[in-house]
Design a protein around this ligand. Structure first.
Ligand SMILES: [Mn+2]
Length: 457
């Protein structure tokens, strides 16, 4: 097996047959709408406002591309990620310099408005950064990663929103130590496996940081070197790096681009980002945008490690798990679990386990059998309509932690803004052990899947 590519540009080159290359001139305001129309990686090579840059997006929207990111087949993807997340960390290798240092914008040159940062939704008046970042836990020293959406508010400033509990906890540690700011670097254009790992969320706080596991899930060493202006390492193979400090006291009102594809929460009080340096490759660096709406990497990327963790938990129950999926069309609020089971009782336990997951993305959990096609929302809907007796095969748990991005969830009192409560629903849409299995055999035409209409046109 070939080792995974070290850089995003090499990765896109290897998979160039599936990359949608846009050579016609595109304005920065159209990048979002164009990106969201593809399921495969898209590369803008001619950006009117920033001819020295390229922009890439949609790296991990579907299973095909998620599997490529790990260098395995589609069939092996989920169990490979699940397995690698159980392995020990493989911390990055420290080296001197690297491609991302070829160009250095320091001081007044470190100007965000020179980067091709897209707008995300109608009504946005300012560009929005969606890069994965690196921060350091000041207590353990581990490097934590997440995506903190950042509205560009000036040449050297942003309004930065930390949504993950772990990054909020780290920020509070700095505050308790009497610090007023926290160093941060943002990674613009790294191989997609970096970003899959950056979105890990779960038990690891005192054992490793996400950044120490990137080498593990890529099954290869990754290299870092010192940042220019902050005490953090940066990946040498990145396309662009933004360095700076998060200032806690300097709160501002930031916008939200929710994975549920709405505008809620309508506002947030967030800290300020001060940009101190921007470094990049010399040859047309590829800025990584992840468009946040409608169905894009924004629904899948933060939940790929969730899927692998749930795969491990369901397997521990003795289930032969075929897939676990937070589909883009579930708006980051719904999870589909797919497995065969030996006898009655397994499905409800599996549903409860997923509904009780650490994250707030499992409001609606649907269990299906291995013959349901998870790439086709209509097939999942068909399974719900035909394999679920609502009287026996659904259950509701009232008043659980709701998503702040779910407009149907009940807002908590002001002191807890923007958090909400919500009920959760488990739906058993599997082939029923209580009936003759032959009742559930789907009817298909002769030669279905073999004769193609396109061959007869
Ligand atoms: Mn973490």
């Amino acid at each position: 097996m070939q080792p995974l590519e070290a850089s995003l540009r090499d990765y896109l080159h290897t998979h160039s047959n599936s990359v949608v290359r846009i050579r016609k001139p595109v304005g920065i305001r159209d990048i979002g709408a164009l990106s969201a129309q593809t399921d495969d990686p898209i590369l803008f090579e001619n950006i009117i406002e920033a001819p020295d840059f390229r922009v890439a997006d949609i790296l991990v929207k579907n299973r095909e591309n998620q599997a490529r990111a790990l260098g395995v087949s589609r069939e092996d993807y989920l169990r490979t990620l699940a397995h690698r997340l159980r392995l020990p960390p493989r911390p990055p290798v420290k080296v001197a310099g690297g491609p991302v240092k070829e160009v250095r914008w320091l001081g007044v040159d470190a100007d965000l408005t020179r980067l091709p940062i897209p707008f995300h939704k109608e009504g946005d008046t300012r560009p929005y950064i969606t890069l994965a970042n690196i921060i350091r836990d000041p207590e353990t020293g581990f490097l934590n990663s997440n995506h903190a959406g950042t509205t560009v508010t000036g040449r050297h400033s942003g309004a930065i929103s930390f949504a993950t509990p772990h990054s909020v906890r780290i920020m509070n540690k700095y505050r308790q130590m009497g610090e007023t700011k926290m160093p941060i670097v943002m990674m613009g254009g790294v191989p997609p496996a970096y970003e899959i790992m950056a979105n890990y969320s779960g038990l690891h706080l005192d054992v490793w940081g996400e950044f120490d596991m990137i080498g593990t899930i890529m099954d290869r060493d990754i290299e870092v070197t010192d940042a220019e202006t902050v005490p953090l390492p940066v990946p040498t193979q990145a396309e662009v790096i933004i360095e700076g400090y998060v200032h806690f006291a300097d709160q501002t009102v930031g916008a939200v681009t929710s994975p549920s594809m709405y505008h809620i929460p309508q506002y947030e009080h967030v800290p300020t980002l001060e940009v101190t340096a921007i470094t990049m490759r010399e040859d047309r660096p590829i800025y990584r945008n992840h468009q946040t709406c409608p169905a894009t990497d924004h629904q899948t990327l933060p939940r790929l490690c969730h899927e692998a963790v749930l795969y491990n938990r369901l397997s521990e129950m003795g289930l032969a798990v075929k897939d676990v999926r937070f589909p883009t069309w579930g708006a980051a609020l719904s999870c589909i679990i797919q497995f065969d089971y030996r006898h009655d009782g397994f499905v409800n336990d599996a549903l409860m386990m997923v509904m009780g997951a650490p994250w707030i993305n499992t409001k609606l959990v649907v269990a299906v059998s291995p013959d349901t096609n998870l790439d086709d929302p209509a097939d999942v809907y068909h399974a719900i309509a035909t394999r679920c007796d609502p009287e026996r095969d659904t259950f509701v748990v009232p008043r659980t932690r709701g998503s702040l991005y779910d407009p149907s969830a009940t807002p908590l009192p002001d002191e807890f803004y923007p958090f909400r409560t919500v009920g959760k629903m488990g739906i058993d849409a599997t082939i029923k052990a209580r009936h003759d299995r032959n009742d559930f055999k789907r009817a298909w035409p002769i030669n279905w899947g073999n004769v193609k209409l396109s061959d007869f046109l």
